[in-house]
Ligand binder design. Structure first.
Ligand SMILES: [Zn+2]
Length: 146
């Protein structure tokens, strides 16, 4: 794999897990330029965002499984049902907490919003002109950004 073109900037970016979404726009510019010119950091950034999304997906899946387990215990009503239900609920609460932690600490929600915006723009561009013109100006601005 290629090396970082500017190890000092690369190290700073690595410390932030290649997330510059929280920076002020004028500060972000230099780092965006670095991403443009550095395949190494670009690759790393994509990798870290994929890890964030995988964590969110895993926490969601885990929460769903615990909820399912709770439902099954409730339905079958085995011996010691209370403790099993309690364990399932605690598992669900922990998964929800992890989900929240990942959503707050990483830019994963922004990545999802960006992907949704991109999808919306694609749909918008394919709409016939007469329908596109009927969209409220505010909505069009949000979708196209111009
Ligand atoms: Zn770099």
């Amino acid at each position: 794999m290629s090396e970082c073109v500017d190890p000092i900037v690369g190290k700073i970016l690595a410390g932030w897990r290649y997330d510059i979404s929280g920076l002020a726009p004028e500060m972000r510019e230099d780092y965006e330029d670095h991403f443009d010119g550095c395949a190494h950091c670009r690759y790393r950034q994509r990798l870290h965002r994929n890890i964030d999304l995988a964590l969110i997906a895993l926490a969601s899946l885990s929460a769903a499984v615990f909820l399912l387990a709770f439902g099954v215990i409730l339905h079958l009503n085995p011996r010691h049902a209370f403790w099993l239900e309690l364990a399932a609920l605690v598992g669900f609460a922990l998964s929800a907490l992890i989900w929240l932690g990942v959503a707050v600490a990483t830019p994963a929600p922004m990545a999802v919003v960006d992907a949704a915006k991109l999808g919306a723009r694609r749909v918008h561009d394919r709409l016939p002109a007469e329908i596109r013109d009927r969209l409220p100006e505010e909505l069009r601005l949000k979708i196209t950004g111009s």
